[in-house]
Design a protein around this ligand. Structure first.
Ligand code: NDP
Length: 334
């Protein structure tokens, strides 16, 4: 096959049993879109782990090329917004879930989903940030919109060693916030402190059912975990503070009460990255370029090749990934 490229294809048989294969595709196989891209770099997010392992109902079209994030070079465009040779960035919009995504040498996408690669950031750095890091930025922006400033007190970050958590710590510390990191991997305390955390707590302190209202410990929080952890974060937030909720690594339930809301005026701020508007995306990526220390990003990033994607997707589900995994896609041309 000429002009072929490697891809990861997730399929289902008649009994809905899922399988994952590395296949060779060409451009004729790709789904519809007005921009065709050579994928230069991608990453592994929690959601990609769910798609590849089948541990969560992420895939909505079968078979699927997973991968929700990419940076690529335009090789063909029917859009006035992008030309051949442009570097573009994609996060979410259902790509890797309902539309073939990043884990292939080429992707064909809708121009509405793309933004130019922000200036001053390389393809690999942008994927070091990825959806996880861009979501961390959206959480910080949500807390700022609520009026939280460093003088109000510390911010707690849960899932601290994960993708959202590590980037959130780095951004918050650069902005001058005191950061409390909650983690199941307390042996990584030195790493979390190197990113800017000032205090480390064991996530076990927060993961069981707690009191409706607890001692006021932090001004706000960024939560990637959900369930009892989020309930305890809310119950221990200082008067007038807020928690940005973006994840469900512990669970999607939220066993809380109205008490923190009606007695302390706490705000619960929902954060979604997938369908965020282009304006919000560009604001978040602009802020990443200025408010994320790139040397810290390098320290929290591990780079692998295409052949390492499936293993890394399993590792992220097993909680073995520290920080962010970037995939250099140079070896995908068949
Ligand atoms: P990671 O797997 O990189 O990080 C998740 C972290 O959560 C782990 O590293 C671990 O941190 C902690 N964790 C895992 N299991 C548990 C558990 N049972 N109880 C408590 N903590 C746990 O994932 P990401 O950072 O990429 O994503 C985090 C969450 O955010 C996911 O649920 C993801 O789906 C969601 N998300 C949502 C987005 C949105 O648009 N709303 C966008 C991006 C992500 P540690 O080892 O430090 O304890």
């Amino acid at each position: 096959m000429s002009n072929g490229f490697k891809a990861i294809l997730v399929s289902r048989d008649e009994d809905k049993k899922q399988s994952v294969d590395i296949v060779e595709l060409n451009d004729n196989d790709l789904m519809e879109g007005d921009v065709t891209i050579q994928v230069d770099a991608t990453t592994i997010n929690y959601k990609d782990g769910l798609a590849i392992t089948g541990k969560g109902p992420v895939v909505r079209h079968w078979p699927m090329v997973p991968g929700i994030d990419l940076v690529g070079t335009v090789i063909k465009s029917e859009s006035d917004d992008f030309s051949e040779g442009d570097s573009v960035l994609l996060n979410g919009f259902g790509v890797g879930e309902a539309h073939w995504g990043a884990y292939a040498g080429h992707a064909r996408l809708k121009s509405d989903w793309l933004i130019p690669l922000p200036k001053g950031i390389t393809a690999l750095q942008a994927m070091g940030v990825g959806t996880a890091g861009y979501t961390a930025m959206l959480c910080v922006m949500a807390l700022e919109r609520y009026g939280l400033t460093p003088d109000r007190g510390p911010i707690i970050v849960t899932g601290a060693n994960g993708g959202v958590g590590t980037v959130a710590i780095a951004i918050l510390s650069k902005l001058g916030f005191e950061v409390i990191a909650s983690t199941g991997r307390t042996e990584e305390a030195d790493f979390l402190k190197s990113l800017g955390a000032t205090e480390i707590i064991d996530r076990a302190e927060l993961s069981e059912a707690g009191r409706a209202l607890g001692k006021e410990r932090w001004a706000g929080g960024i939560d990637a975990v959900g369930s009892h952890t989020l309930a305890n974060l809310i119950a221990q937030t200082k008067y007038g503070g807020a928690v940005a909720a973006c994840g469900l690594a512990q669970g999607f339930d939220l066993p809380t009460t109205v008490m923190p809301f009606i007695l302390r005026g706490i705000g619960l701020l929902g954060v979604d990255s997938v369908m965020a508007s282009k304006t919000i995306r560009q604001e978040a990526w602009g802020r990443i370029a200025t408010d994320l220390d790139m040397s810290k990003l390098d320290a929290l990033t591990t780079t692998i090749g295409f052949d390492g994607i499936i293993q890394a997707a399993n590792d992220i589900m097993d909680g073995k990934v520290r920080g962010r995994v970037v995939v250099d896609m140079a070896d995908t041309q068949a």
